[in-house]
Design a protein around this ligand. Sequence first.
Ligand SMILES: [Zn+2]
Length: 241
Amino acid sequence: MPIKEDEGIVLRSQKLKEIDKIVTIFSREHGVVKGLAKGALKFNNRFGSSLEPLSHIRFIYYDREGRELFIIKTAELIKSYFEIQRDPKIFNGFSQMVELLEEFLPQKVKDEKIFRLLKACLETTLKGIEIELSLLYFKFWILKASGFLPDLRKCKRCRKEKGGYLSTSMDGIYCYDCAKIKTLEVTEFTGKFLGFILKNPPSNLVDFPIPENEKIRIENLINELLLHHIERMPKTLDIKK
Ligand SMILES: [Zn+2]
C-alpha cells in the first residue's frame, strides 16, 4: 500500500459506526478523494477534530489500489474555518461551493486552480467580505474553469459592448438592438463586473461596490448558467424564482 502525503480542504465529514469517520477531502495534489479515518471520534482526539468540514489540513494516507476509500493515517490542522461557519448564511454559501465542486470536478483529478479558488474564498470570507460576493466569485470561476462561461460583454451579432440579453442557448448575449427574446438581461454593469472578477482576486471585491439590484441580477444570471450545465439541481442551490 503506497503511503502518500498531501494537503487539502475537508469538504464533508460523516460518522461511521461509533468512532470512525468517512471524510471527503479536496486535496491539492490528487483532487477530490474520500478516506476512512479510524478512531477519529474517540474522546478528545485531535486527529478527529482536524477533520471537521472546511478545515485546511496536511494528511498522510494509504491508497488502497482499486478501492474507493483510502485510509487516513494522520491529519494535522493547518487552518480552521470553523468559526465563520456559525453564521447560517456563510454555512449555506460554503455548502453550495462544496456541492458545485463535487458536481464539476471528477474524483481524483488534480485541479490546483480550483483548489486555490476555494482557499481564496475562505480567506476572503474570514476577512469579512460578504459571503454572497465570495459565492458569486466562486460560481463565476467554476463556470469559467469548466469552459461553460460565454462572453457576456460583446453582442454575438454586432459585437457592441452595451449589454443586452442572454441567448436562449446560453452561449452568449445579444444586445438591446439585436435581441429577439428578452428574458435574462445582462447589463453593461454586469459585463464590467464580470470583467473585474476575471482580473482580480476575491479580496479585491471590496473595491467594486455593486448596487443591490445588479447583485440580484448577476446572481440570477450565474445560477441560470450553472443550472443549464448541470444535470440535477444542487440541493443547496437557493434559487429564487
Ligand atoms: Zn447587437
